[in-house]
Design a protein around this ligand. Structure first.
Ligand SMILES: Cc1cc2nc3c(=O)[nH]c(=O)nc-3n(C[C@H](O)[C@H](O)[C@H](O)COP(=O)(O)OP(=O)(O)OC[C@H]3O[C@@H](n4cnc5c(N)ncnc54)[C@H](O)[C@@H]3O)c2cc1C
Length: 481
């Protein structure tokens, strides 16, 4: 039993021969020089959990070891508050820039373990036991999980598993004594190359008449034979962290994933061809569960953006301009609405079944659709407020050269702000919103919880089902008399 790992342990576990491609090269993620910053950024997360053990870690009842608090299966309001403290501190490691820190998928796994009634609804308890044993392994080895939950839809006029879509989507192609054999692809595993395990589970329901071969949930180690990780271009940079505080450490690296006849052992198979379970699982509290973590991360990021933007305005002594005040006030609104949604969701938390106590998902459903716009707008505001300042920013080391005096003279901030401080501030802002990683992060915020287009339509569909507001006929009737 290892319990919560530190950065050194995390890095040594990366050496496992997994098949990762970057550009046209098969690479070793544990060694490739371009990934050095991201590797140490991820290792830093594991050290951070120990540095803030009071908030991030808890004592495991079964083993007595210290483990990440995101593994808690919440049964009470106190459980929700306990893990929220961990999410908050863990989000602060990257100020919300890392979307797929391991606590994210740990929360999903805990939510699944808390619903044996769903995973065992066909009367077979094999999957329920397998899930519990899998969580124990993740807890004890402090494995970092990523997930792929989206089918690679080529033709959007068809369902996810029809025609060409069905030919490339992940499905079962064989079964034997050891397990199932799967073939196909999934988008898009954030953290894929740096994770220990790939967790595959449903993102959207499948049509009732879909081929059950597509109804799958399982987890496999990244080094599993036949699993191919195809990285997008890497946006991590080398150089001093003060110059590029996000891209020097926090490119979490997304990857398209191909399963080339991969064997998944039975002990890691959680859904095998059961459409009823597959379609029930995302309606059994997933949003109310995982969005406690994602909303805390988003709130931390928005609060950071507000403070960053405010300091950028102060560095130009431009705080008296009404347009600047309005834009800063706008970011504050987004941050405060994120916090308000969180509080509302926690206040109305309830038992979703089997004693699993999770946040109310309605406030989360609302901000799930709005947050992508807020995040994109915040990035726009940072660019509008920063203007040329975002690009007239020497590296920290340039101040130690023969150019140093000229840089101090020509590039100070307003109000006696030293040039070094001004440069670090605007470089942080550019790396946050405008660098290659900043651009990718905006795309992440837009899509990682499905597109807003899809979730807005889903909100309407669910609201019609819940039918909470029904005053119009009564009001019209009353108006008649
Ligand atoms: C940086 C990044 C990281 C990601 N990480 C992960 C991950 O770790 N794991 C994972 O499983 N997935 C991940 N994803 C994938 C993500 O889940 C999908 O991108 C997401 O579900 C959206 O699917 P899509 O890209 O096919 O876009 P769509 O949902 O098809 O949306 C694309 C556009 O099509 C239009 N559109 C779509 N549907 C409708 C509609 N019904 N009505 C009107 N217009 C519509 C909208 O304009 C929308 O913006 C990631 C994506 C990104 C960008």
């Amino acid at each position: 039993m290892t319990g919560a790992r530190n950065g050194r342990q995390y890095l040594s576990d990366l050496r496992d021969g997994r098949e990762v491609w970057l550009g046209s090269e098969r690479i070793d993620v544990a060694e490739h020089p371009a990934l050095a910053g991201s590797r140490s950024g991820m290792a830093g997360y594991f050290d951070w959990q120990h540095a803030h053990a009071d908030e991030c870690l808890m004592r495991d009842d079964a083993s007595g070891a210290l483990i990440n608090a995101s593994h808690l299966v919440p049964r009470t309001p106190e459980d929700l508050r306990r893990r929220a403290r961990a999410f908050e501190r863990l989000a602060r490691y990257s100020m919300g820039a890392l979307g797929r820190t391991p606590d994210y998928v740990n929360v999903t796994l805990a939510g699944f373990v808390g619903r044996p009634d769903i995973f065992g609804m066909n009367g077979d308890t094999r999957a329920v036991d397998a899930l519990s044993r899998f969580q124990r392994e993740v807890i004890e080895r402090d494995l970092s999980l990523t997930h792929t939950i989206v089918h690679p839809v080529v033709d959007k006029a068809l369902t996810d598993v029809e025609g060409i879509n069905g030919e490339i989507s992940l499905r079962v192609v064989g079964r034997n004594d050891h397990g199932i054999v799967v073939r196909g692809a999934r988008v898009l595993a954030t953290l894929g190359p740096f994770a220990d395990e790939l967790f595959v589970y449903p993102g959207q329901p499948l049509p009732k008449n879909a081929d059950p071969a597509y109804a799958l949930a399982f987890s496999i180690p990244m080094e599993t034979k036949g699993l191919i990780c195809l990285c997008r271009d890497h946006y991590g940079t080398d150089g001093a962290t003060v110059d590029r505080p996000f891209s020097s450490r926090f490119d979490e690296q997304d990857a398209f994933v191909i399963f080339d006849d991969v064997e998944v052992p039975w002990e890691r198979v959680f859904i095998d061809g059961d459409l009823k379970i597959y379609n029930a699982i995302m309606r059994s509290g997933w949003t109310g569960n995982v969005m406690q973590q994602t909303t805390i991360r988003a709130a931390v990021k928005l609060e950071f953006a507000y403070e960053l933007a405010t300091r950028m305005v102060a560095a130009q002594n431009a705080g008296a301009r009404p347009d600047n005040q309005q834009m800063l006030g706008e970011i504050w609104c987004y941050a405060s609405m994120a916090r308000a949604a969180l509080r509302a969701a926690e206040a109305d938390a309830h038992d979703y079944g089997a004693g699993l106590f999770l946040c109310d998902d309605r406030p989360f459903r609302a901000i799930r659709s709005m947050m992508p716009r807020w995040m994109a707008r915040v990035n726009e505001i940072v660019k509008l407020l920063g203007a040329h300042n975002l690009l007239a920013t020497p590296e920290a080391a340039a101040f130690d050269t023969s150019l140093g005096d000229a840089l101090r003279r020509y590039l100070p901030g307003a109000g006696d702000m030293p040039a070094e401080e001004r440069a670090a501030l605007f470089r942080t802002a550019w790396d946050f919103v405008g660098s290659a990683l900043g651009g990718r992060n905006e795309l992440y915020e837009r899509f990682y919880l499905a597109s807003a287009a899809r979730t807005l339509a889903l909100n309407h569909m669910l609201a019609q089902r819940e039918r909470e507001w029904n005053d119009v006929p009564e009001f019209i009737e009353r108006s008649r008399s």
